[in-house]
Design a protein around this ligand. Sequence first.
Ligand code: NAD
Ligand code: TYD
Length: 357
Amino acid sequence: MILVTGGAGFIGSNFVLDWIASTDEPVVNLDVLSYSGNLRNLASLQGNTRHVFVRGDICDRPLIDQLLAEHRPRAIVHLAAESHVDRSIHGPGAFLRSNVEGTFVLLEAVRAHWSGLAAAEREAFRFLHVSTDEVFGSLEPEAPAFTETHCYDPSSPYAASKAASDHLARAWHRTYDLPVVTTNCSNNYGPYQFPEKLIPLTIVNALAGKALPVYGDGLQVRDWLYVGDHCSAIRTVLERGRVGEVYNIGGWNESANIDTVRCVCNLLDELRPDPLGSNDRLIRFVTDRPGHDRRYAIDARKIGRELGWRPAETFETGIRKTVEWYLTHADWVREVQSGSYRDWVAQNYATRTAGPA
Ligand code: NAD
Ligand code: TYD
């Protein structure tokens, strides 16, 4: 059995569903169910005895000790984190708590558990730390993509907190021999992504006839990976990744934000035409994000070369699946757009003034 943290969030729930579908192994899913954690994502697993959900905090050491003793997982897949850059700008404290302190508590609990295992189990054990390309900071337009050895230069409180957690995970390997493997992945998109992030926000706003906010000039570049490909990469690294190593994960899909938004608009025009006209009429350039990184790009050659992993989706196939998913899951969208979601939208967008069209 494996223990997943953050398995009710966007990537975590996709990972748990994928794990149950593609392996025979049970999974314990520890998630505090913050605003972005949603048990509805896992509704299809109701009654499935291979999925054990535990509502709890990764900062709660006694709870983690108890879960490790009771379930004796052979691996940890650590996804739990505060994950949204804009929220980290408004309130960095929650990011330091969950991402830094939470990772520390988890590492310490796992180290105590792992030290007490028999030699063969200790040897086979893995702590897979899931991180982001944002720890590397911003790339110049023509600079080569981030490799695993690119220096850390985080810009946002979110990225700084993830960078700190990466350093902790690496140090726990070097100092205590804990069998840690780290992944740094580019921007994900796909089903169950909370509509605070660019792609689902654009879809749900367009469907509601609301403005599509593009920060600054919209020429910031992100490197998009379909979430199902991230899940297959995590499974691959868990199976064959070398202990102590870092693997970058990406989809070789760099796109400027304005092009990404226009692409979503075009798909919606095709799949759900709006009698009022093309969805791109709703695009609004608004005040930029402070400390906004200009470009991310992942060099994913190492995971391809060493572990044989390749993404299955192109941006064209993945974004079509994603838009179709949101069109066919209106109930899910309605439910997550609750009172607290509306409060967040008001807080983040009310003070952003319109920029150049
Ligand atoms: P998400 O916000 O959708 O999900 C995070 C989950 O973690 C939620 O279910 C939340 O309830 C849970 N959580 C938060 N704090 C917790 C705590 N203290 N204890 C227990 N559970 C807690 O985020 P996501 O996009 O699914 O990201 C998951 C992981 O992947 C994060 O570590 C993130 O840094 C990393 N990542 C995300 C992306 C991306 O594009 N979304 C890219 C690369 C890496
Ligand atoms: P986001 O989805 O928040 O992911 P991240 O900040 O982790 O990359 O944002 C993706 C890009 O889209 C980023 O450059 C910021 C930009 N963006 C907008 O232009 N408008 C928005 O309303 C949001 C949420 C993001």
